[in-house]
Design a protein around this ligand. Structure first.
Ligand SMILES: Cc1ncc(COP(=O)(O)O)c(C=O)c1O
Length: 444
């Protein structure tokens, strides 16, 4: 692999820079493979941070970008509109039950910020000034901006900013692998739902409940039990609490359905999309709202009910054009069906991974797998958070020709959605090899 020994000015995300004396320089992508400047190939197990759909050189997506760039690369949605954004909004509304309007942004975090602002202002628009609090599931993640950090508060990441964050109310989430003592999984799930109901019935300030749709991804691939999200959705309706669902990581097929909240039989008031919306080729977020939400923002100008939010690149025509092409390809290639088939490989091979000494638990749904590494399998002892597991797994993975990134002690397999069965098998073979080598070489 190409070494960039210290002539780089780039500061990398979520990275202790002192630990890395070089970063492999990716110069090309071909299908599911990343290729560095020396021609070495890495099978992409991360899907470019979970957003890649078709692999790295999908000609239809590249052509959509070129076509739109030649027409108009950027014209904003401030006082104007553009065809790709209009078309995309129409399409998103069609595929997203109950949704009525689309507010564009640049990424998942901003899509969530907009969701929070919509929900909080919704109540104000109706003169209900006391509905000011957001409630959420523990362990959720919604991005790295201040609102997103407040709502998806992960102490290991964000404790340094705690004083600057706004307060939220968190309720527990059922994690089958790490249940509190004395609970069965079913009992604990019920316990979590009761906590939510108690909160809603005793605290009139709760404006909205925020959760990832289908599963918590960054929180360690915690897949909700069937019916859990639906029950929360019903509680929200019962107590007049808005439901904000974050589909940034789980929508568009990652969990095996195009729209995860629909698959979960839940009814959000606001939903956020990102990552795979553009096939992973350009940056775009979208926050969708129901008519009820949208209508509350209407009024005479002097009422000042409109939403004070907008980004320079809101509704960027190239991003919208590539998203439109991406969604056409979903239909043309029956991608959701393909994911449902290919992901059976994860099911089939989960036990092989589970048998490894270093592996405590394996969780998967659709094209997503989390492999939790532990210090002691029997006692489920976590590896110290001070161990740099990501760097070790990345280095060992690279030696085996795969690109991996862990979240803490969890090896994430989040390949491009259209990966073939053969390539997914190869990714799993090489992941097993990587974990075995790690077991042998390191005292974690
Ligand atoms: C569920 C969820 N929401 C929001 C975000 C933030 O998205 P972005 O990194 O595009 O800001 C992420 C990112 O991983 C995510 O997983």
């Amino acid at each position: 692999m190409q070494k960039m020994k210290q002539n780089s000015s780039v500061w990398h995300p979520n990275t202790q820079m002192q630990e890395w004396d070089y970063f492999d320089k990716i110069v090309k992508g071909k299908g599911m493979w990343l290729i560095d400047s020396k021609g070495n190939k890495l099978l992409d197990g991360v899907g470019s941070m979970w957003c890649n759909v078709w692999g790295h050189s999908k000609k239809e997506l590249i052509n959509a970008i070129i076509r739109q760039t030649k027409k108009i690369p950027h014209s904003s949605l401030f006082n104007l509109t553009n065809k790709p954004s209009e078309d995309l909004a129409k399409k998103l509304i069609t595929i997203s039950p109950n949704m009525n309007k689309v507010f564009y942004s640049d990424n998942g975090s901003t899509a969530m910020e907009i969701a929070f602002k919509l929900a909080l202002q919704f109540w104000k628009n109706y003169g209900l000034d006391n509905k000011t609090k957001l409630a959420t599931l523990e362990n959720g993640y919604h991005g790295d901006t201040f609102g997103a950090m407040s709502v998806g508060y992960v102490p290991e990441f964000f404790s340094k900013f705690k004083k600057q964050l706004f307060s939220t109310t968190q309720v527990p989430v059922p994690n089958r692998y790490r249940l509190p003592q004395g609970f069965s999984f079913d009992d604990y799930q019920q316990h979590c739902l009761e906590k939510i109901e108690t909160l809603f019935s005793t605290n009139e300030k709760i404006a909205a409940f925020v959760m990832e749709s289908g599963a918590q991804v960054a929180g360690g691939v915690i897949i909700y039990p069937p019916g859990f999200q639906k029950k929360i959705s019903k509680l929200c309706k019962k107590y007049d609490v808005l439901l904000i669902l974050d589909e940034v990581a789980t929508g568009f097929g990652r969990l095996g359905s195009l729209v995860e909240y629909h698959a979960q039989d839940s009814v959000p008031d606001i939903v956020a999309y990102g990552k795979m919306l553009t096939g992973g080729y350009l940056t775009m977020g979208a926050t969708l709202a129901t008519k009820k939400i949208y209508d509350s923002f209407l009024g005479g100008f002097k009422e000042m009910k409109h939403l004070f939010h907008g980004h320079t690149f809101t509704g960027n025509p190239i991003a919208a054009a590539v998203a439109n092409e991406n969604l056409k390809l979903y239909e043309k290639n029956k991608l959701i069906k393909k994911i449902q088939n290919t992901s059976k490989i994860f099911e089939k091979r989960r036990d092989e991974l589970n048998q490894l000494d270093l592996v405590g638990d394996v969780r998967n749904k659709g094209m997503l797998m989390g492999i939790e590494l532990v210090k002691n399998k029997k006692q489920k002892t976590p590896i110290s958070p001070k161990k740099s597991v990501n760097k070790i797994i990345f280095d060992e993975g690279k030696n085996n020709g795969i690109y991996l990134r862990t979240l803490g002690n969890i090896v994430m397999l989040v390949p491009p959605l259209a990966i073939s069965t053969k390539e997914l098998d190869l990714l799993i073979d090489r992941t097993i090899l990587t974990i075995k080598k790690t077991e042998k070489k390191y005292d974690l």
